[in-house]
Write a protein that binds this ligand. Structure first.
Ligand code: SAM
Length: 279
């Protein structure tokens, strides 16, 4: 399939219509800044040549590539590697008009979403599991994935309302580790078939990372040699749900100084994943 140069700007006075304004083959790239819309689609978008290559290396099959015209060598490489996959190139203003934002890195690719992973299967041999309870910022989700991959976390479980790791910004901040780090979305949380009790039943010591009065300090010796640990991280702002705190084995705190009330959840996660790693 030849490399296709897209030259005309969609009319900015018209509401964006994926089928008519941009052509059916480019519709994957319309409305990229709408996270809610993106999470309902059966495709996801990877951004930057580094991250696109990580998705390809992880075995994801591309539907198309969209590149700034300065990336002609990359366009030829992808076209040679995937002869049946459309490669679009265009001037940066054409790409910006299509996608709704400025492509700093000048490279996007569309992929089909993988089938959801089975959470129970991920846990079978896991020793360290992180649960993201309603973490809503894509940048936090991406940062936590990157740290988890780097510090040997075996699986990440997402509560039903947690932000989508396959949203473009989460993928970018994760540096593509969302493609290699095992993760699954839970059907229920914190109760029900995939709740806190379910984790306990599989032999996990379940801890909430939270600033509660009765929390154990993160360097408490009792936390050092746990065989299986599931660590729950709370939502930005309100923190871990009261219902969850009632059900866990313990809360764990990173003691704070100088009137700082809490850390960013990604920073707290990084400290905890290191301190509570499997030894
Ligand atoms: C920004 S905090 C939420 C606000 C927090 N509940 C408070 O009272 O300020 C988001 C999450 O980060 C984690 N976190 C942040 N700082 C922490 C600390 N010092 N100790 C334990 N967890 C912390 C917890 O998982 C928390 O639910």
């Amino acid at each position: 399939m030849p490399i296709v140069t897209i030259g005309s700007l969609p009319d900015p006075r018209q509401p964006s219509d994926p089928e008519s304004a941009s052509g059916p083959d480019l519709s994957d790239y319309v409305g990229l800044t709408d996270a809610a819309l993106r999470s309902t689609r059966d495709t996801f978008i990877a951004e930057s040549t580094v991250v696109v290559r990580r998705a390809l290396d992880a075995g994801y099959t591309p539907r198309s590539f969209l590149l700034d015209e300065r990336h002609t060598a990359v366009a030829e490489e992808f076209s040679g590697r995937f002869p049946d996959v459309p490669v679009f190139i265009g001037a940066s203003e054409v790409l910006e008009s299509l996608t709704g934002f400025h492509l700093h890195r000048g490279a996007l690719a569309s992929f089909r979403r993988p089938a959801p992973a089975n959470a129970a299967r991920l846990l079978s041999s896991a020793r360290r599991v992180v649960v993201l309870e309603d973490v809503t910022e894509h940048t936090n989700v991406g940062a936590i994935f990157r740290t988890a991959a780097g510090l040997g976390v075996d699986a990440i479980l997402l509560s039903p309302r947690c932000a989508d790791p396959l949203y473009r910004r989460a993928i970018r901040v994760s540096m593509g580790t969302v493609f290699s780090q095992p993760w699954a979305r839970l059907d229920t949380w914190p109760d029900g078939v995939t709740g806190v009790q379910w984790l306990k039943d599989q032999g996990f010591h379940v801890c909430a990372l939270e600033l509660t009065e009765d929390a154990l300090p993160i360097d408490d010796p009792a936390l050092r040699h746990l065989e299986r640990l599931a660590l729950i991280l709370g939502t930005e702002g309100a923190g871990v749900l009261p219902r969850t705190l009632e059900s866990v084995d313990a809360s764990v705190i990173i003691p704070m100084e100088r009137e700082v009330s809490s850390l960013n959840v990604g920073a707290a996660a990084a400290i905890a994943m290191w301190e509570l790693r499997a030894r």
